[in-house]
Design a protein around this ligand. Sequence first.
Ligand SMILES: [Zn+2]
Length: 233
Amino acid sequence: MNGKHKNGVHNHKNNDKMNMEEMGDEHVASSYETPLREDAFEVSDDTKIKLIEERFREIMEIMGLDLSDDSLNGTPHRVAKMYIKEIFSGLNPANKPAPTLFENVYKYNEMLVEKDITFFSNCEHHFVPIYGKAHVAYISSGKVIGLSKINRIVQYFSRRPQVQERLTIQIGKELEKMLDTGSVAVVMDAAHMCVSSRGIQDTNSTTVTSYYSGKFQEEATRNEFLKYIGMNK
Ligand SMILES: [Zn+2]
């Protein structure tokens, strides 16, 4: 969300209730973006950590935990720091990995695949982990990217409260932009703790989501990619 609202129909105090109707035409294409408040980064990380720490202490106290216990005393600060500096650090565009591209004319039109990228995210509905493997491919426009950079892009978007479908699209769109190509494939295969540890407690199921653009929408190219990642049944 870039914070521009064409018609001014949208009340700033209700940012968290924003939906597609309220966003107007210019936002239709950004429905895959994480819903963020306009003032999301007006407060420093240190202040956020302090505020979350206070709130989390209250949550623990409401549950009846004795915060004077040595083992629990540092938990509110640890959780707050983990939220801002680690598992939700991908909310802040300042933490986005800078692209380091290099030209490689010999790779023009070639499919590059990186498979089995481990990722850890959190479900935005329950704030419990989603974790699994991501498989990424692109058809090079002559620009190529270091493999570790693809890894870092996957991690960056994972470090947000997420739904797996949106996470998959965000990675795909970012790679298209970064690599200047219209042909990207992303497959994510993940376990959801909110399914395995609560609710229906299904410990075996995983969820597969995919994003295919350009040449990957053609069956032959897509099958070649699925063969590389061992998912062409
Ligand atoms: Zn959930």
